[in-house]
Each structure stands twice: as C-alpha cells, then as structure tokens.
Write a protein that binds this ligand. Structure first.
Ligand code: HSE
Length: 435
C-alpha cells in the first residue's frame, strides 16, 4: 500500500457535475485535504467528453487524456477515480484495468459494482489495492463505512432505506399536490431532479443497485443485482396517497435486505409516525437493524455534487492514510451466494390493494372470493362515494400474506369482468427502527 508516499497522483475519468466538484475540491482545498490524508492528493490527469468546457477549476497543469479508457495505463497514477458511470463499457474497462495495473480505484458507480462487484473486488484483493465506493450509495450518508466499519461488530437482521432522491421527491410532491405521476415527473425533470430518460430512477433500478451493495456488505453476500425483486413507482396514482393517508400510512420507495433472502426494492406503505415516513423530498435514509446495536437511522442528501464529492474525498483520504479494507468487508471467497432470483419472498406482510372496479352489486364478493381462494384475509376495506355507471377505486388492506400468494391472487382478480385496470398492490412495512 502507498501510505508512505508524500504525494499520491490521482487520475479522474469523467467530469460531470460530481467529477468536476471532486476536481474543484482537490485543486482548491489541497492543503486541508493533504492534512487529512497525510499526503498530497495531486490531481494530475483528467478525461472527459468535452475538453473545452469551463468547469471552474484550473486544468493547465493536468494531463488531458483523450480517451478515458487509457487512464488506467498511465504509469505514474496511484489512484484512478471513475466518475463515468454505467455498468459496462468504458467504466468497467477503466476499473478492471486500473486494478490489474496495481492502482487504487475510487468510484461512485453503483451499477458497475452491483453487476461486477465480486469480480472487481477479487481483482482488488489479488493486486493488493483498494476498491472504494462510498459515493455509490446515498452520497452524503456514509452508509458503506457505517456498515463495513462503524457497525462491523453487529449481526444484521435488516438493512432498509430510501435510496433514490428522485423517487422520494416525486412521491413527496404527489402526496402534497395531488398531481398525477406524469405531471410531477415533468416538474422534477424541469427542476433537474429527474433525468430526461427517467427509468433508472422511477423503475427502482438505481435504488436496487444501491440496495445490492448494502445487502452484500451487511450479510456477507456476493453482490447479485439479478436477485433483487424490484417494483418502481410508476403505478402509484394520486388517489393512493389519499387512501394511504386515511389508513395512517405514507407511500415511499423502500429497499429491504434481510439475511438469507433476496433483497426487495418496492413502493411501500409506511406508518405515518415512523422515521422513514418523515424523510421527504430528495433526502435519502438508511436504517440499520442488528445486534447488539438495535436500530439506528442515518438521513442525508443522497445525490448532488457536494454530497457525492464528499464521499469520494473520504475514500481518497482513506487511501492516503492506508485505511484500505476489503471492498465488501471480507474476502470474496468468504462471501455467500444469493440463490433466489427476483422473488418477492421475504417475511409475510400486510398489503394495500387498490382495484379500479365497476361500481355494481357483487363485485366485492367476487374479489374477496379470489382472495379467500388464495388464503388471503382482508383487514379493512374502503370505497368512498358512489358512481354506479363508472369505475371507482376499491381499496383494501390485507392481513400478513406472502408476496407470491398475493401476486397469484392479483392475476386472477385482473381477469374479473368488473375489474377495469391492473390492480395496484403495495406491502405495508412495520415501523421497526425504535423497536
Ligand atoms: N438519481 C439518483 C437519485 C442519484 O435520485 O437518488 C444517483 O444514484
């Protein structure tokens, strides 16, 4: 390891919002960062799409690398910071090649690690270098370090959280304004909170990447994105917020990882008074449950230049100080496999169901018959207003049931003549952090 060096030479691939902030920090705060790292962290090489863009820091002393893929081959670099993104292509090539070349890697790339984490961690081990990715999960919340170092002595029973600020913003605004998903998404795009192509966020994929990494560290598993059950926020309608509130709940996209089960990223109902339910807007939150800690919750900015750059700087400082740990907390050879694939298995939970039905006699009996056939017991029922010639929402909550039993019941319910849209089902999660 390089902790004795007085200068660590850094190459930075990718100068988007976060990459540029990292560069600005390294160039304008070099004395303070050097004091923290115990050595100078000198940015000597950069690569980006547009050489001419003005990014607010002086590039004149830096080597411009025409093709980002060549960054890993620069002999003098000690550390490569990968800020390009994406699970394949250039980002994967740079990280692989840098590790093989004996360079430390710092990345914010959750997709890359969720798909290739075992292979890359193995390369880091074999080449005795660090692969650090604090910035990949919940930016300003040190979730990786909390799990891997701060809470390392615990036996975790559950790690859960709100891991996508875009979705949390959209859900918060839908509840507040009563607007439809599409309108609020457009507003989020105008404000720069959502991408023009929003599917990575709103379909739960970005959050599932992050959950994959948290679950891997908490439970000593190989990161396996393909095992995660994912249900994004597109199906939520404004009416669901009204009913959820009447029932004492709030709607959130929540990821849950538990030992021995496939992680689940789902749009859920949370009790209004629980702490996660109070995390609104673009904020992220991670709850850690284990023994002996009990429960603890971290809340913070999950994305954005400052929060994400802060995490990258922490990783660079760790390298400077020689605090380089195994990427997933233990050797890859000791990580277990998750066998389950994309199943909604987990503990049985109560569910919220919303059906759009024709308002006629006998509809409720037909629906409850299907639920009875699947051993699903109804806990409460809401149908407000009357509209005999129209389609109305029929909302139910169930007692604890398995996700697979419910999925099968919903397939049958959807075929009923009176049911006029795909049923919407969301698990109701308990409030556990104080428990
Ligand atoms: N788009 C993500 C979010 C941040 O909205 O939280 C990057 O993972």
């Amino acid at each position: 390891m390089n902790q004795q060096k007085s200068v660590l030479k850094v190459g930075l691939a990718g100068l988007g919002v976060v990459g540029s902030e990292v560069a600005r920090q390294l160039t304008t705060r070099s004395v303070a960062l050097g004091a923290a790292a115990g050595c100078e962290l000198r940015l000597v090489a950069i690569a980006a799409r547009d050489r001419m863009a003005n990014r607010g820091f002086n590039t004149s002393t830096m080597m411009w690398v025409e093709s980002a893929a060549d960054m890993a081959a620069i002999e003098e670099l000690d550390i490569v910071v990968e800020m390009i993104g994406g699970s394949e292509g250039v980002a994967l090539d740079i990280v692989r090649n840098a590790l093989v070349a004996g360079k430390h890697v710092v990345t914010a790339n959750k997709a890359l690690l969720a798909h290739h984490g075992s292979e890359l961690a193995t390369l880091a081990e074999e080449n005795d270098v660090g692969l650090l990715f604090e910035a990949s999960v919940a930016g300003g919340i040190p979730a990786i370090k909390t799990l891997r170092e701060g809470l390392a002595g615990n036996e975790f029973s559950r790690v859960s959280g709100i891991l996508n600020g875009t979705c949390n913003y959209i859900l918060t605004r839908m509840e507040k304004t009563g607007e439809a998903f599409d309108n609020v998404l457009a507003e989020a795009q105008n404000l720069g909170y959502a991408e023009a192509e929003p599917s990575l966020d709103v379909d739960g994929i970005d959050a599932a990447h992050k959950l994959t990494l948290l679950g891997a560290i908490a439970f000593g598993q190989k990161p396996n994105f393909d095992a995660v059950f994912i249900q994004g926020i597109r199906d939520v309608a404004a009416v669901d917020f009204t009913y959820a509130n009447k029932l004492g709940f709030r709607i959130k996209l929540v990821g849950v990882a538990e030992p021995g089960m496939a992680p689940r990223m789902q749009t859920c109902l949370l009790p209004l008074n629980c702490q996660l339910a109070k995390v609104n807007g673009v904020l992220n939150a991670v709850e850690f449950h284990g023994s002996p800690i009990g429960g603890t919750l971290s809340i913070g900015q999950g994305a954005g230049a400052g929060a994400t750059a802060s995490a990258v700087l922490a990783d660079l400082i760790d390298i400077g100080r020689g605090r380089i740990t195994l990427p997933f907390g233990r050797p890859v050879a000791e990580l277990s496999e998750i066998n389950s694939t994309r199943k909604q298995d987990g503990e049985d939970t109560p569910f919220y169901l919303r059906l759009m039905v024709v308002d006629q006699p006998g509809v409720l009996a037909d629906v409850t018959k299907v639920l009875q056939n699947h051993q699903i017991s109804v806990e409460s029922l809401l149908q407000q207003g009357r509209s005999p010639d129209d389609v109305v929402p029929l909302v139910m909550t169930t007692h604890e049931t398995s996700g697979t039993a419910l999925a099968s019941a919903l397939v049958a319910i959807e075929t009923l003549e009176a049911v006029r849209a795909r049923p919407v089902a969301m698990p109701i999660l308990p409030d556990e952090v104080e428990g």
